[in-house]
Design a protein around this ligand. Structure first.
Ligand code: THU
Length: 144
């Protein structure tokens, strides 16, 4: 458990909490919000969007990453995740893999409705992400 928040983390968590309020989660009842801070300070948010065909549901973190990329941003420094659960909810494996496509050393700050914070770096949760050779060379010049 963390006792205090670093500069900017409170704002980022506030944005994640606001995003969680937008969640569409009639099946699990769990509302999650993610606020992804880009290298230039811009923040992209996402919430979980569930579906009656359960497997089609998408987590808040992936919505935030895809929104950022769709807006031309691919370099990130921090991600705040807020969930309506009492304890902090760590990003799932699928989201870790998607985030790791763009960032190894992203800082994560996670908070549940109970107010407990957890802080860690992405590589500690997913030390060996799947990477395909040659992808770097095939990026467009404006990528990242
Ligand atoms: N969920 C997220 O949005 N992010 C996480 O970090 C873990 C889980 C969502 C998926 C599902 O809609 C609900 O929370 C319960 O698992």
């Amino acid at each position: 458990m963390e006792d205090f928040l670093f500069d900017g983390e409170e704002r980022l968590l506030d944005l994640a909490r606001e995003a969680a309020a937008m969640a569409y989660a009639p099946y699990s009842g769990v509302r999650v919000g993610a606020a992804l801070e880009a290298e230039d300070g811009k923040v992209f948010t996402g919430c979980n969007v569930e579906n009656a065909s359960y497997g089609l549901s998408v987590c808040a973190e992936r919505v935030a990453v895809f929104t950022a990329v769709a807006n031309g941003v691919q370099t990130f420094r921090r991600l705040a995740v807020y969930s309506s659960t009492g304890k902090p909810l760590y990003p799932c494996g699928a989201c870790l893999q998607v985030i790791s496509e763009f960032s190894d050393d992203l800082e994560l700050i996670i908070c549940g409705a109970g107010g407990v914070y957890r802080r860690c770096v992405l590589s500690s949760l997913l030390p060996h992400p799947t990477r395909l050779e040659g992808a770097e060379e095939r990026r467009y010049p404006n990528d990242r």
